[in-house]
Design a protein around this ligand. Structure first.
Ligand code: TXA
Ligand code: MG
Length: 328
């Protein structure tokens, strides 16, 4: 998969904000400053743009992404807030705090961006450039840190350029990011739980809550590290109920088929094709929604055709392998 774009770097002024919003609307990839680190933004509702974002980062797995919005009202369209989440948002947004919450009914964010999960990470950044882009664009923007997989998070436009030149469309240069570490991530899916330490100190969060945060069981929550793969250990992995049969070249009686490419085998009562013309970007964009849809038909198993292990195929195969692993 050849990615060769001309990456423009522009100073953060009014014209740059318009250019960034226009680029996002066309499905482009835009790096922009937040108060923590530079983010690499894409239209959260555009599965193809999200797939291109994973390809640009060069990460061999689909880690769920944070949806960035300009204010609490916009966040409510994506996620459901329990009383603890309400208090944290009221006290600490805008700011370097990400909340992991149950997805709202009708949440427009692409399945790929949330890793097929029923939860979503949301944040309101406290940076004028980020906010202006979000307001101008008018829809949620998913943005991981704007670095290549395995590299450290960028705190200056030059870091982004060094990592992602030729792989993204635009870098909005708003100078050095003031906080310099990523946002603190707290899950409010039950007892509020610290998933990643970051820009808001734990004590500040506990003061707002009036009690201690729960500790997450050890898991990989940096998007850079290798995942510790005890299957099923990671709450953040979508798992279908139907068993998956990988590398399928035929369909057994009672099986549904998750196909890839122009020549799927016949015989499946239920078949969905990740990409009829073998496009891995399109396949990534379809992966979780197709898995969900086939899981819902109640087949004896989901037969999955082989997906080439190149480009985004590596991340697709990673997720398929995890989804196929036996559960404890
Ligand atoms: O400061 C930040 O948070 C920066 C700026 C750009 O906003 N963004 C950032 O994104 O650090 P990223 O993708 O590098 O890290 C997001 C983390 C990942 O470790 C991911 O696993 C976790 O958030 N995450 C996202 N959605 C999740 C979910 N539904 N459940 C658990 N963890 C989630
Ligand atoms: Mg990161």
């Amino acid at each position: 998969m050849a990615i060769e774009l001309t990456t423009r770097v522009i100073k953060a002024d009014a014209a740059a904000i318009d250019a960034a919003a226009g680029c996002l609307a066309r499905g482009g990839l835009v790096a922009f400053p937040t108060e923590t680190v530079y983010g690499l933004g894409a239209d959260a509702a555009d599965g193809i743009a999200v797939a291109r974002l994973y390809a640009a980062k060069g990460r061999p797995a689909f880690n769920p992404l944070i949806a960035h919005v300009p204010d609490l009202a916009a966040a409510r369209r994506l996620a459901r807030f329990d009383p603890a989440a309400e208090r944290l948002a009221a006290a600490l947004w805008p700011g370097p705090l990400t909340l992991v919450l149950p997805k709202a009914e009708g949440c427009p964010v692409a399945e790929l961006a949330t890793g097929g999960l029923d939860s979503i990470a949301v944040r309101v950044p406290d940076h004028a450039v980020a906010r202006d882009i979000l307001v101008a664009f008018g829809r949620p923007v998913v943005a991981p840190s704007a670095n290549r997989s395995g590299h450290v998070s960028p705190t200056a436009a030059q870091h982004v350029l060094a990592d992602l030149r030729g792989r993204i469309d635009l870098i909005v240069d708003g100078g050095a990011t003031p906080v310099g570490v990523e946002s603190t991530i707290v899950a409010c899916l039950g007892a509020p739980t610290l998933l990643r330490p970051g820009g808001v100190p734990r004590a500040a969060i506990e003061r707002v809550l009036g009690h201690a945060l729960s500790e997450a069981p050890h898991q990989d929550l940096t998007d850079e590290g290798e995942a510790p793969l005890a299957p099923g250990q990671l709450a953040s992995h979508y798992a279908p109920r139907s068993p998956l049969r990988l590398d399928a070249r035929n369909v057994a009686a009672g099986e549904a088929l998750l196909a890839f490419g122009p020549k799927p085998p016949g015989g499946a009562a239920h078949m969905l094709n990740l990409s009829a013309h073998g496009d891995l970007i399109e396949a990534a964009a379809n992966l979780f929604s197709h898995l969900r849809a086939l899981d819902a038909v109640g087949a004896s198993a989901i037969a999955v055709m082989p997906v080439p292990h190149e480009g985004l195929g590596e991340a697709i195969n990673d997720r398929l392998r995890r989804a196929a692993a036996p559960r404890p």
